[in-house]
Design a protein around this ligand. Structure first.
Ligand SMILES: [Fe+2]
Length: 366
């Protein structure tokens, strides 16, 4: 069971939290490159007691080689605790570090074999973006030779998630917008998933309402909205921890890798047409009936009257936060993008209740 703190931390909160969970050894802090220059993050690290080692994670997608380099350049002694402070990518590399294999290539072998490693070291996750909710999921994305893999093991769920919206205030606007779209997409995909449970459904519905209500205000750095988005992101993470994600996420990973698109932005590119196709399938297939209530809920929260207008409604939402809504607007050729998306993760497709033959992948990017 994870301990979660969602609110405004006192000055010594993180330090006390680490003392509570830490084993013997130093505290290993992994930070995003951009977070490392922010005074509030520096202040947070300075508050930690005992021996502390700080390592930096570069930008871009989380690559196995990043993990390997960090693991090999860090003090080789096993740490007593890993504290990951950053966006989803940093938290994912923090989860990998907390498996602490004697040889980092063990993780590569496991990933190539479709397996995961168990976590061995206490882990505290402190997100600095309201997006992936990775602080409350038991999986981590890792890229190997340009292909996305997921480590997925119950022990990868951090021991403690510390969600303080004030750490998210300095995120540049495009990154905050993409992260916000990821929150919406994760909640939607979780609701329209074969694995939905009553509990994941409650979290995803609450997350979707909060995110729709908070996204614009959070862009304007309004405290109340940022608090809402931070909670929504965590709820979305908790929801997909149960259900996993589905088709828009599956299609996003090759696009992020190939074109350097922010994760939430890449996911959002196919969401409007996906909801449109889902709605059409719903009216043609009785097999989708169990998702009819969830689908209606998603559309009502988005402000859409039905499948025929959900794609333009979604486009307005994406453009409303200042991001291009199509491949063409990003200057990406359709032929090239079609080649990339052929490498999608089919297991994520199977999570969607939409029959695979009803999904027109190229049309999802129209
Ligand atoms: Fe995501």
């Amino acid at each position: 069971m994870q301990r979660r703190f969602i609110g405004e931390m006192d000055d010594d909160f993180l330090s006390k939290t680490v003392i509570d969970v830490k084993g013997v050894g130093r505290t290993l802090v992994i930070l995003g490159d951009s977070s490392s220059r922010r005074p509030e993050v520096i202040h947070l690290i300075a508050s930690l007691s005992g021996a502390v080692e700080v390592v930096l994670s570069p930008g871009g997608v989380p690559e196995f080689d990043d993990f390997r380099r960090i693991r090999l350049t860090a003090d080789p002694a096993e740490p007593g605790c890993v504290v990951a402070i950053g966006g989803g990518r940093v938290l994912d590399i923090g989860k990998m570090l907390a498996t602490w294999p004697a040889d980092p290539d063990t993780l590569k072998t496991a990933v190539e074999g479709g397996q995961s490693l168990a976590r061995r070291i206490p882990l505290v996750a402190v997100p600095t973006t309201a997006g992936s909710g990775s602080e409350s999921t038991p999986f981590a994305v890792v890229y190997l030779h340009g292909r996305k893999h997921s480590l997925d093991h119950p022990t990868l769920l951090p021991d403690v998630a510390v969600v303080d919206y004030r750490l998210m205030a300095a995120v540049p606007r495009p990154a905050a917008a993409a992260a916000g779209l990821d929150v919406l997409c994760q909640c939607i995909e979780s609701l329209l998933s074969r694995r939905t449970t009553p509990a994941s459904g409650r979290d995803a519905r609450r997350g979707l309402i909060l995110a729709m209500g908070g996204l614009q205000g959070a862009m304007a750095r309004e405290a109340r909205s940022m608090r809402r988005m931070a909670l929504a992101a965590n709820l979305g993470g908790r929801a997909i921890a149960v259900t996993r994600t589905t088709i828009p996420h599956a299609l996003s990973y090759p696009l992020s890798y190939r074109y350097g698109l922010a994760h939430g932005h890449a996911v959002a590119l196919s969401m409007g047409r996906y909801l449109e196709q889902f709605g059409r399938s719903l009216s043609n297939s009785s097999g989708l009936r169990p998702w009819s209530d969830a689908y209606g809920f998603v559309l009502s929260v988005l402000g859409s009257a039905g499948p025929s207008d959900v794609a333009p409604v979604w486009t307005r939402l994406v453009e409303g936060v200042g991001l291009p809504s199509t491949l063409a607007a990003l200057g990406i050729s359709r032929t090239d993008a079609d080649d990339q998306t052929r490498a999608y993760d089919r297991s994520r497709f199977a999570n969607s209740p939409m029959p695979a033959q009803s999904v027109d992948v190229p049309a999802l990017f129209d």
